[in-house]
Design a binder for this molecule. Structure first.
Ligand code: SAM
Length: 250
């Protein structure tokens, strides 16, 4: 049987398509792509001449069955999306789930992803984090989604589009307050890569005054809710333990 390869593609810088990704894309029987025109252009840059067919959110369910048949007949297939890692705010979940259910081997290559790129340079805690994808487009739902995250202690990562960046930053300020640390990572790996960091209100101001900062692709990295109260409680608990131990030790 064939293998379904999940192949990340660059999020801007073509140099980020790994040699292994190039090998897999050249050697599989066919490539399933979110947007065939877009992906053919990418493949052309690497002189990869391979069969490309469409697998996007609107046809994924019906295509999956056919792809699985093909995999079971012995062809290996690579799944790519327009940019970055497939399945991460991109199609592929249905196909992978069905491949697993059908006992088809799935192999994922590591590679470009805007989450890890932004997070690793943001300077906010990375020991634990939560990826929230795109916030709802409608203001009321967006604020509701943000309110539900008010007490989230982990660093939060959001994707955002240029149309909504300003609205989302304003909602962040309204719901989370002025002072939380925020990093806006823009145009990662591209010519105008920028990191804006500071408190929510500082970052909002920087984006508001400079319309260039409202262009391109964005990852928002937001500090988790402060946990000082818990830390203080832990410290008290530790002190009490030490006192107790002292009583029992010589
Ligand atoms: N699968 C992709 C990944 O692995 O990151 C994400 C696809 S999602 C449809 C597109 C969103 O990812 C953009 O709206 C933006 O939030 C984020 N993104 C992708 N490329 C980016 C870049 N070069 N700089 C900043 N954000 C980016």
């Amino acid at each position: 049987p064939g293998i379904l390869y999940i192949v990340p593609t660059p999020i801007g810088n073509l140099g980020d398509l790994s040699p292994r990704a190039q090998d897999v894309l050249s050697s599989v029987a066919a490539i399933a792509a979110e947007d065939t025109r877009h992906s053919r252009q990418l493949l052309q840059q690497f002189a990869i001449k391979n069969d490309v067919f469409a697998l996007h959110e609107h046809n994924e369910r019906e295509r999956a069955a056919k792809v699985i048949e093909r995999l079971q007949s012995g062809d290996s297939i690579a799944l790519i999306s327009d940019a970055g890692t497939p399945l991460i705010s991109d199609p592929g979940y249905v196909l992978v789930q069905q491949c697993r259910a059908a006992g088809v081997k799935v192999v994922a290559l590591p590679g470009p992803c805007a989450i890890t790129t932004a997070l690793s340079a943001a300077g906010l805690p990375t020991d634990r984090f939560t990826f929230e994808g795109f916030l709802p487009a409608k203001p009321q739902q967006r604020r509701k989604a943000l309110s539900a995250l008010l007490d989230e202690p982990r660093t939060m990562v959001f994707y955002e589009s240029p149309h909504r960046i300003l609205h989302t930053l304003k909602d962040l300020q309204e719901v989370m307050g002025n002072d939380r640390s925020l990093v806006v990572a823009r145009e990662l790996t591209k010519q105008f890569e920028t990191y804006l960091s500071g408190s929510i209100s500082e970052v909002l101001q920087q984006v508001e005054v400079d319309s260039n900062q409202q262009r391109g692709e964005f990852v928002l990295v937001l500090a988790g809710a402060p946990v000082q109260e818990f830390a203080a409680a832990d410290e008290q608990q530790a002190l009490r333990t030490v006192q107790l131990l002292r009583q029992h030790l010589p």
